[in-house]
Design a protein around this ligand. Structure first.
Ligand code: AMP
Length: 190
């Protein structure tokens, strides 16, 4: 199986690049942000709980997102592999993911980390906020909180995957096509 953690701060282009990768490599896209937003749209109890947290730009609890990923893995028995987008975001999530994959007799193939300057992230997210309908993209204070959460709790995961010799950093500035080409080059070399 090909299991990729597509990593990077909010606004790095993970969603855009995931959509290109799932087509090219025939993978299942697992975005915890997308799954949470669909829970909100469906008006589930979990969605209601998560909405207030997401609107502030804080992280939803580990138990909730790990449970979501666990059931998605179970529901996709025949997948050729997965792209994890926006997950893991904490070290508890990264450890849980390793265990879940181990139970399935597989593991993470690589973490591809998109590197983008904060000023560019803020610009991209505010631009997206004009059309996305996402509350957390509209307000610069909330965007700053999301970047802070990333720096404090999520960025340290690069070390977790570097220790497993699985980390590749990719420049997230430039054209979508160019970034996609660079991601493909790393994946093809695995
Ligand atoms: P995203 O779409 O990845 O930018 O996620 C939007 C929001 O959903 C985040 O700011 C968090 O509130 C929540 N969220 C998404 N994925 C996770 C995760 N793996 N752990 C905790 N919270 C998450």
């Amino acid at each position: 199986m090909l299991n990729i953690v597509l990593f990077g701060p909010p606004g790095a282009g993970k969603g855009t690049q995931s959509n290109l990768l799932i087509d090219k490599y025939n993978l299942v896209h697992l975005s915890t942000g997308d799954i949470l937003r669909s829970e909100i749209t469906e008006g589930t109890k979990l969605g209601l709980q998560a909405k207030a947290i997401m609107d502030r730009g804080d992280l939803v609890s580990d138990d909730i997102v790990i449970g979501m990923i666990s059931s998605k893995l179970d529901n996709n028995h025949n997948a050729k592999g997965f792209i994890f987008d926006g997950f893991p975001r904490t070290s508890a999530q990264a450890k849980a993911l390793d265990l879940l994959l181990e139970k399935k007799g597989t593991s993470i193939s690589a973490m591809l980390s998109l590197k983008v300057e904060d000023s560019e992230l803020i610009k991209r997210l505010l631009e997206r906020g004009k059309n996305s309908g996402r509350e957390d993209d509209k307000n610069e204070n909330i965007i700053a909180n999301r970047i802070k959460e990333y720096n404090n709790k999520t960025a340290p995961l690069k070390k977790f995957y570097a220790n497993q010799k699985k980390l590749s950093e990719i420049n997230g500035h430039g054209s979508i096509k160019n970034i996609s080409h660079n991601l493909n080059t790393v994946i093809d070399s695995l």
